[in-house]
Ligand binder design. Structure first.
Ligand code: MLT
Length: 364
């Protein structure tokens, strides 16, 4: 796996499956009384958010904290950015503070890529402009796999404001890598010019696509990025591209409805659909924490989980204490499993009892 996660295209099929499998194991933590592992103790994760976010920032923060990393939250508002400090100077300041990973959200497409050239730690793209949001695509794939048992061969419709959506681009790339068939459904004005080069089909007719769909992913109409009239009226948009109960009834019985949030209820999705049993919207939020834990764990080459299998008996209250004690005992033979670049802290390298050697190799 690469040192950074900037695009879903950075992930091979094996990388993506490793993240999903790791997230699956880490998801078991949420069911335990103590939801914390010592794996990234001594590591520092900086959340660098230049753009508003509720769920993604909180999700990364929860993920890092559950792995015992130190978390520094930086929001552009109220910082020296407001005084004109450049991204590079901010990055170098964070570097001086010893950031092992920087999770960045930025309004400019390409900002995480630039950042990766300036810092020694790992860079994780938490959404850049209209470009990409790879951890959203990973959590979406994770949710599909949990609900439907697989991603390979699924027929996925991504509907709405594709033009301004980093979620759509990351999903098309990742879902293709994982073997799903994606159809984008949108008015022509809300599709990128180069969409014909994307590895997916395109349709302008939602009602025709729904009966052949396992997963329908509704996208938010991103009014804040619209500098022109992309459709006549909101009402007209909802009538043609919104998912209401009548349209949802066109889906096969097993199909699910997804939305990355935040939602415009009554615009792209009706409240009764968002709150229906087919909707995975709340699960997506919960799954986001597990997936982001897996990403941080694998990028930072985290330590083992104390030799205890997450599915094993040792994970109750007492188990966690035992693991924390264990985590201090470096195992000379296996200690390299978590080693990353020179210059990064070694605090997390204490053996690799949990991931297989092969997985630890990939994590390196
Ligand atoms: C994003 O940050 O891209 C969101 O998760 C989706 C949206 O803003 O509509």
């Amino acid at each position: 796996m690469n040192r950074h996660l900037i695009s879903a295209a950075d992930l091979s099929r094996d990388d993506a499956l490793l993240i999903l499998d790791t997230a699956e194991e880490l998801a078991q933590l949420a069911e335990r009384p103590i939801r914390k592992l010592p794996t990234l103790r001594g590591r520092t994760v900086v959340n660098l958010f230049y753009e508003d976010s509720t769920r993604t920032r909180i999700s990364f923060e929860a993920a890092a904290k559950r792995l015992s990393a130190d978390v520094i939250n930086f929001s552009a508002k109220g910082s020296s950015v407001a005084k004109g400090e450049s991204l590079k100077d901010t990055a170098l300041t964070l570097e001086a503070m010893g950031a092992d990973a920087v999770v960045i959200r930025h309004q400019a497409s390409g900002a995480p890529h630039r950042l990766a050239g300036w810092v020694r730690g790992s860079v994780v793209n938490a959404g850049d402009g209209t470009h990409e949001h790879p951890t959203q695509a990973l959590l979406d794939a994770f949710t599909m796999r949990r609900r439907l048992g697989r991603v390979d061969g699924l027929r996925v419709a991504i509907v709405g404001d594709v033009l301004h959506s980093r979620v759509a681009r990351s999903n098309v790339l990742l879902l293709r890598t994982l073997g799903a068939d994606v159809t984008l459904v949108a008015p022509p004005t809300l599709l990128p010019v180069a969409v014909s080069a994307w590895p997916c089909d395109v349709s302008y007719d939602l009602s025709a696509v729904l009966p052949k769909t396992d997963v329908v992913m509704m996208l938010r109409v991103q009014a804040e990025r619209m500098n022109a009239a992309y459709f006549p009226t909101v009402r007209e948009y909802s009538r043609r591209y919104g998912l209401d109960a009548a349209r949802m009834a066109m889906l096969p019985d097993h199909s699910i409805v997804m939305h990355p949030g935040p939602m415009n209820r009554g615009v792209e999705i009706a409240a009764e659909v968002a709150d229906s049993a087919r909707s995975t919207i709340v699960e997506q939020v919960a799954n986001g924490v597990s997936v982001r834990m897996a990403v941080l764990y694998l990028l930072l080459g985290g330590a083992d989980l104390g030799g205890a299998d997450l599915g094993g008996a040792g994970l109750g209250n007492a188990g966690t204490g035992a693991r924390q004690a264990d985590a201090g005992k470096a195992d000379a033979g296996e200690a390299d499993a978590g080693r990353t670049d020179a210059g990064r802290t070694d605090a997390g390298r204490e053996g690799a009892g949990w991931l297989s050697n092969e997985a630890a190799e990939v994590a390196r």
